[in-house]
Write a protein that binds this ligand. Structure first.
Ligand code: UDP
Length: 249
């Protein structure tokens, strides 16, 4: 079992002033097998609210796997680039749902797309996005990197670096990184800390390899934690609770 206070022990003040939260599309499905589960989206928005209340600036990148994955489309005979564009459009739908849930709680939010679609959301202009953060707005980055053959994980590392975030937080269904799946192996070993190189060498499924490599090149720590834990996100932003820190060895 992982133990609490994995890195620096507890403290009530946040350890970061600007963070990026990566949420996979699947995290928005709740108990369903497909699509959006509004109560789950609202619950995640409440977790984000608690981080905003700490005075931390929040960027988000949301995947699209709950609606469409390019690889699946191409496996079914669709042209890969077209399938990837459909996947990117799925991330925009999820980002709009998250914006709606955040704004319902009174958090001003901007959806910022890597693929311009002016009637729906803002285009990505770095300086404008920084201004939003400084004004206390959440920036939800949509459409991934805007390029086929990439993933939302890579978009998370890219945007975190570009927006000068101090860490990228990856919410999962388990408490961090293990050497095997803790849902099927009760003896799975938990890592409170692991290096980028070890994640890549052991092929641990934290984020895809290009996302890890990009984080490594920019010295961007990745904090892997459970999204299912109430107050989990606000806790790990304060360095409390159970999580895995991926950084230089
Ligand atoms: N995608 C893409 N380029 C990107 C980000 C995403 O082509 O920069 C497409 C890709 O087809 C992917 C889909 O969007 O399968 C959904 O994103 P992802 O699988 O990363 O979502 P998640 O697993 O985080 O839900």
């Amino acid at each position: 079992m992982p133990t609490e206070g994995s890195v620096d022990g507890g403290s009530s003040s946040p350890k970061y002033t600007r963070v990026l939260l990566k949420i996979s599309g699947e995290a928005l499905m709740g108990p369903q097998n497909y699509g959006l589960h509004p109560p789950t989206v609202e619950r995640i928005a409440e977790e984000v609210q608690k981080v905003i209340d700490l005075g931390v600036q929040v960027c988000m990148v949301i995947g699209g796997g709950n609606i469409f994955r390019g690889l699946q489309g191409s496996a079914q005979g669709m042209e890969r680039t077209t399938a990837d564009y459909m996947g990117m459009l799925a991330t925009v739908m999820n980002a709009l749902a998250m914006q709606s849930a955040l704004e319902k709680q009174g958090i001003h939010t901007r959806v910022i797309s890597a693929i311009p679609m002016d009637q729906v959301c803002e285009p990505y202009i770095r300086r404008r996005a920084v201004r939003h953060l400084e004004n206390g707005r959440v920036c939800v980055f949509a459409a991934g990197t805007g390029n086929a053959y990439f993933t939302s994980d890579t978009a998370a590392s890219l945007r975190a670096a570009d927006m000068s975030c101090q860490a990228s937080f990856k919410g999962t269904q388990v408490q961090g990184v293990y050497d095997s799946d803790p849902k099927t192996n009760p003896d799975a070993q938990f890592y409170p800390h692991i290096s980028y190189d070890e994640v890549l060498q052991k092929n641990l499924r934290v984020m895809d390899a290009s996302a890890i490599a990009l984080a490594r090149e920019n010295g961007l720590p990745i904090v892997v934690f459970s999204l299912d834990e109430p107050n989990g996100l606000a806790g790990v932003v304060r360095g409390e609770g159970v999580f895995t820190m991926v950084s230089h060895g």
